[in-house]
Write a protein that binds this ligand. Structure first.
Ligand SMILES: Nc1nc2c(ncn2[C@@H]2O[C@H](COP(=O)(O)OP(=O)(O)OP(=O)(O)O)[C@@H](O)[C@H]2O)c(=O)[nH]1
Ligand SMILES: [Mg+2]
Length: 340
């Protein structure tokens, strides 16, 4: 189980202070108290949204404060309330109190909204303290402090895209290049024995988006019959929105035909069932720095004929990596695709 975690510190806005003032107008002697109330401090709210898939945006940005209420003013003017702050979390996030470990809320549906730090009440101005026997009150209240809390967020990560292909195709190298995941990489087959998840981000704050990519062990012909590592681990990518099919177009694969490679793996995916054969797929030619041009062309032509998006990358030189990241973001739906 892969868990994303973030710790945050939130502070709601303090209430504004009440005001002490007296009406002073020409021809109105002893005008009476006129100090307005302080405004309420803003709340910190948390809402579940489908716009986010990970908690990575809190890792860069763990402090959140709402605005304080304005102080009250003379002439019975109330200070304005502070603006609230709304923090978005992915559906599936659990919110814990960092100190006690208590579970505060499980966000199970989109658009669940709760207050996680309550803004302070504004103080009352001296206008409220007048009584028939106390007509020139000098009392007023200070605003109450906004709540301050420390939380821990937890999210079980589900992969949005799955990398598939023969052993040695460069799947682990790619995930290491585009995420913080550091899987073992080596030039022998079946280096990867268990799926690795990596969080990939595209764009800059505030428009940054992130999604989860799974690197799974390589497949070979007959995997559905248990050859190699079999297909058990494919259940980890059953619920992804996109498959990324990596095909080695260098001569390092030791196989002659990349289209044959592509077909073998596609058949294994189809025979695993559970929708893997029908999932949207991007085809990626790998090892462009040492590509065999004839193999590259053959694979590109095949992808085109099958109407599958095609990319060519080198994890060594970085060629095509940035474009592929954006294509993945579109494919998993965190950024709109031009067509839609
Ligand atoms: N020249 C070159 N070599 C690469 C590139 N990408 C990966 N490799 C090499 O290919 C070999 C296999 O890479 P891995 O990333 O371990 O392949 P994998 O698909 O994860 O393999 P398994 O885990 O066994 O399924 C390693 O020696 C990598 O250094 C590339 O773009 N260019
Ligand atoms: Mg690997």
């Amino acid at each position: 189980m892969f868990i994303d975690e973030a710790k945050i510190h939130v502070k709601a806005g303090d209430g504004g202070n009440g005001c002490m003032a007296f009406r002073r107008e020409k021809f109105v002697p002893r005008g009476g108290p006129s100090g307005g109330d302080g405004g309420r401090g803003g709340d910190v709210l948390m809402v579940s949204s489908q716009r986010h898939n990970t908690l990575i945006h809190f890792r860069y940005n763990p402090e959140h404060k709402a605005q304080r209420g304005e102080h009250g003013m003379g002439s019975n003017c109330t200070g304005s309330d502070g603006h609230s702050v709304v923090l978005q979390v992915p559906v599936g996030t659990s919110l814990y109190d960092q100190e006690t470990g208590e579970l505060i809320h499980d966000f199970e549906q989109p658009d669940e909204e709760i207050v996680i730090a309550k803004g302070g009440r504004g103080g009352r101005g001296n206008q409220h303290f007048a009584t028939p026997t106390h007509q020139a009150p000098r009392e007023y209240e200070l605003g109450r402090p906004g709540e301050e809390r420390f939380y821990r967020l937890e999210l079980k990560l589900l992969a949005d895209a799955g990398l598939v292909g023969y052993p040695n195709a460069g799947k682990s190298t790619l995930i290491a290049r585009i995420s913080a995941a550091r899987p073992k990489i080596a030039d022998y087959p079946f280096t990867t024995l268990e799926p690795n998840l990596g969080v990939v981000t595209v764009g800059e704050e505030p428009d940054q988006q992130s999604f989860v990519v799974a690197d799974v062990p390589g497949l070979i012909e007959g995997a559905h019959l248990g050859h190699g590592l079999g297909t058990q681990f494919l259940r980890h990518i059953e619920r992804t929105r996109l498959l990324v099919h990596l095909v080695d177009v260098s001569d390092a694969s030791g196989r002659a035909d990349p289209v044959e490679d592509f077909k073998v793996i596609s058949r294994e995916l189809a025979s695993f069932g559970n929708g893997l054969g029908e999932k949207p797929m991007i085809v990626v030619a790998t090892k462009m720095d040492v590509a065999n041009p004839a193999k590259l062309k053959k694979l590109a032509t095949h992808a085109k004929r099958r109407k599958l998006e095609f990319h060519a990358i080198s994890a060594v030189t970085g060629e095509g990596i940035e474009e592929l990241k954006w294509a993945l973001a579109r494919g998993v739906g965190v950024i709109p695709s031009p067509a839609s």
